[in-house]
Structures are given as C-alpha cells and as structure tokens.
Design a protein around this ligand. Structure first.
Ligand SMILES: *Cc1c(COP(=O)(O)O)cnc(C)c1O
Length: 321
C-alpha cells in the first residue's frame, strides 16, 4: 500500500484561512461588526481547529520516531475522524478508544465508518472505564499510559479532543493570521476542551480579547481551570484577555434545541454559509444574543472562528448524547 508522506501531497492546506466580512444590519444597529475566520476551509479531511491542533502533534510524534497515534472519542467525534485521516496521510497507524462498549457489535455509524476507512483500529470501552482512563491521564498518572502501551505498543497518546500544549500552540496561529486586531476586537470560538480558546487567547495582541462559548453543560470552573493550566504549561504565564460564556450549550453537548436550529437555518439562508450545529451554531447564536443584550461594547468587531464544517448532508441525525 502506498501511503502519502504528507497530507499536503493530496490536498494543499488553505493557509492562512480566509476571512470574510458578514454585513448584517441587525448587528450593525447594535454597534457590532461581524466577520468569519473560515478555518473550516483549511483542509477537507482534517478541517478547522482539528488541523490547527493535530498537525503540530503529528510533527512532534514523527520527530520522536513514533509510528502510531492513539486517542479517545465518542461515537461521532470530529477529533477521531481527523486523527484517522492525519495518521493515514502521514503513514502513522492509528488507534481510537471509543466511549461505549455497546457500540462494538452495532453497525458502524458514518463517523466511525469513516475513521475505519482511514485505517483506524477502533477499541470500544465502557463509559466508566473510558472516564476513569481519561481522568487518570489528565492527572499525569503513569498507569493508564503503561496499560495502553502494553496493549498497543509504543504510541503517541492524544487526550480526548486532542488538547495538549502543542495543540494549543497550533491554535495560536489563528490569532497570528489576524494581523489587524486591536482594542475593539473580540475573537470568538466554540469551546469543547478549551484548547482552541487557550491558543487564540495566548496569540492575541495586547488589547484584543478572546471569547469562548462552551458547548457542554456543566463546564463552568473546570474549563476555565483547563485553559489556565494550558497557558501555564505552554507559555509559562497566565492571560487575562479571555472568558468563557456557559449559557449557550442549548441543553448539553450535541443538543440542538428548536430555537438554535431556527437561528442556524436563518443564518445560513441570510449569509450563504452552512453552519455546523454542535459547535459553530452555538457560538454564532451566542454572538447574536450577547449583541442583543448589549453585552458586547458598541464598536466591537467580532471575528467568529468557524472551527469546522457541517456534517455531511446525508449523515443521519445523531442521537442527543
Ligand atoms: C473539536 C471542535 C471544537 C472544540 O475545540 P476545543 O479545542 O476542544 O475547545 C470546536 N469546534 C469544532 C467544529 C470542533 O470540531
């Protein structure tokens, strides 16, 4: 089997990603300008913030002589698909530890099927075992690493969602690609694990701010701590130019209430951009709601980072998990 040595050999990444103004009279009345940073267009197989976060990790793994990536995710994880594609392109084998042992014998959903088509080996574990492994890994407990390596051999282990210091440094490139930022600027992104937000905040010039929109319920406190921890580990300091809004999760991860769906459909129709629902729609929803409530200073310019593309058109609706 011939394996391309670099993703760029098949698809040139589109970097810097395009920036597009979104003229919107309703926002203008509220003193807010909006533009989109189209990271969803960076690469068809490893899109959006997954490119930003994953490529530095692949480089680090290859430099250290690794031949295998191992990571964690849920049944519809964008991160799992991205790792599978990046591994295939770089000639690294990939292992995905998937939450939910009941999925082992079920027909593969489109997302896991795609990961397998890219050559990823899937291992299904119970929710409790999954949680316990991730908890121990996040506390730098050496035991789970040892167990994983006994089972899978030497491998570069990426945490769930792919967030670590190299990933956050990769996300800082988003800010570096926006050289015109100043005091009126707010760079906004969805927050899953916080790696993308941490990188963006660290990369901003003085005066500009980063606003993260949490897409999971119950992350207040924990997520803020995680971002601070990344800053300390990656940059040796903390930053006070960012915050996370926790009121736009819409009921929890993967939940899309009718009001959010209506907002996203209206945005798509008005502005001609398809909107991914689990992350991007919630982030844009928050921007409009905060503008409505006067929570964004008049004269603000919001750069909304489109961190990923929508699911394929023919993907069946996912169950709200
Ligand atoms: C994975 C993902 C995120 C979450 O990014 P974090 O760095 O984990 O906060 C945001 N948006 C999209 C589209 C994603 O796929």
């Amino acid at each position: 089997m011939s394996v391309p040595t670099d993703l760029a050999a098949r698809h040139e990444p589109r970097l810097p990603s395009p920036v597009r103004d979104v003229p919107d009279a309703w926002l203008a009345e509220r003193g807010v300008e909006l533009r989109l940073k189209r990271d969803d267009l960076i690469h068809p197989l490893v899109p959006g913030n997954k490119w930003r976060k994953l490529i530095p990790n692949v480089r680090a793994a290859v430099e250290r002589g690794h031949t295998r990536l191992l990571t964690f995710g849920g049944a519809y994880s964008n991160h799992i698909r991205a790792v599978a594609a990046a591994g295939a392109a770089y000639g690294l084998s990939t292992v995905g530890i998937i939450r939910g042992d009941e999925l082992a014998d079920a027909p593969r959903n489109w997302s896991l099927a795609r990961a397998e088509e890219s050559g990823m080996e899937l291992a299904f574990v119970t929710r409790s075992a999954y949680r316990e492994t991730l908890r121990a890994l996040s506390q730098d407990d050496p035991r789970p690493l040892r167990e994983l390596q006994e089972r899978w051999g030497r491998c570069w282990v990426l945490p769930e969602g792919g967030t670590n210091v190299p990933a956050a440094r990769g996300a800082a490139e988003v800010a570096a690609e926006l050289p015109d930022l100043g005091a009126r600027d707010i760079v906004c992104c969805a927050v899953g694990t916080g790696g993308t937000l941490a990188g963006i905040a660290a990369g901003l010039p003085a005066g500009a701010g980063a606003l993260g929109i949490a897409v999971l319920k119950g992350g207040a406190g924990y997520l803020d701590t995680e971002v601070t921890r990344l800053h300390q580990r990656g940059w040796g300091r903390t930053f006070d130019n960012w915050r996370i809004e926790h009121d736009y999760h819409g009921g929890g991860y993967g939940r899309v209430p009718a009001e959010l769906e209506a907002f996203a459909a209206r945005f798509e129709e008005r502005h001609g951009v398809r909107v991914e629902r689990r992350y991007v729609a919630k982030m844009l929803w928050a921007v409009y709601d905060l503008a409505e409530r006067g929570a964004l200073p008049r004269g603000s310019r919001v750069t909304a980072v489109i961190t990923g593309p929508p699911d394929p058109e023919n993907a069946p609706a996912r169950p709200g998990t």
